[in-house]
Design a protein around this ligand. Structure first.
Ligand SMILES: C[S@@+](CC[C@H](N)C(=O)[O-])C[C@H]1O[C@@H](n2cnc3c(N)ncnc32)[C@H](O)[C@@H]1O
Length: 242
């Protein structure tokens, strides 16, 4: 594991969000890991309902049922998206292989605080405790590979040989970390998507959407989670009615 260092990610403050779930605030970036109006609700809505579940509905509409769904997450962070994806896999009887990039992992003391009130804290802890840079079988239908690298460093030619069905683009906002939302990174993600795949994100910024469209994806605007007008999906296909 070769973590990057950046002092903007050094000070972490625990926050309780509107739906009672916990998240993190970074004072130096003046940014939160999730919506203050509800971390759990936002993750479920943007990444599970309009990521994994919408992708799976398209598969079923095409009469296809892949043996496993490969997910790439930009920003493991608190592990909340991964935790929800593991539970979705079990609930829907779909195998999920989950790769997550995280150059600035959160410390164990913060993991202990974040699990407060979660239904399955053992699963949450396991996601954080397993080794980096290798595949870990978490549950019969869920495998996790955490990679301690920045998206822009990780995508070498070798990495581009693997493609994904669903990308969770969950970086900090474009105004806070513009380098992560570069047109180059978005083009890389479009190349990393398999035909029929979808990139999903809370972000609805205009330049981001233009760059994603220029990268060849078909954009869908959806209503955002509470207190947010819109979110974005980018599909590598023409969509079928589902
Ligand atoms: C909005 S938070 C992620 C929330 C996370 N998905 C969760 O469920 O808690 C953004 C994450 O992106 C990570 N990050 C920062 N720079 C990055 C980069 N260049 N490439 C990939 N991830 C990055 C941050 O450390 C942070 O954990």
């Amino acid at each position: 594991m070769t973590e990057a260092t950046d002092t903007r990610f050094a000070d972490l403050e625990l926050i309780k969000t509107g739906d009672g779930s916990y998240s993190i605030y970074l004072p130096q970036l003046n940014e939160t890991y999730h919506s203050r109006h509800g971390a759990l609700h936002e993750s479920q809505y943007v990444y599970i309902d309009h990521g994994l579940a919408d992708y799976w509905k398209q598969q079923l509409a095409k009469g296809e049922r892949k043996k496993e769904v490969c997910v790439l997450e930009i920003g493991f962070g608190t592990g909340l998206n991964a935790w929800l994806a593991a539970r979705w896999a079990t609930a829907n009887d779909v195998a999920v292989q989950y790769t997550s990039l995280e150059p600035y992992p959160i410390p164990p003391a913060m993991v202990a605080k974040l699990q407060d009130g979660l239904e399955d804290p053992a699963l949450f802890n396991q996601l954080h405790k397993v080794a980096w840079d290798e595949w870990n079988a978490i549950r019969p239908l869920f495998s996790l590979r955490k990679v301690a690298q920045r998206l822009e460093d990780w995508t070498t030619a070798q990495q581009l040989e693997t493609q994904y069905d669903v990308i969770f683009y969950d970086a900090f906002g474009p105004s806070k970390q513009p380098e992560v939302w570069s047109a180059g990174n978005l083009l890389t993600c479009a190349q990393l998507l398999l035909h029929g795949g979808v990139l999903t994100t809370y972000c609805a910024q205009g330049q981001f959407r233009r760059d994603l469209k220029a990268a060849g994806l078909t954009l869908v605007k959806l209503p955002g989670p509470p207190h947010k007008n819109e979110m974005t999906q980018g599909w590598k296909i023409k969509l079928l009615p589902s």
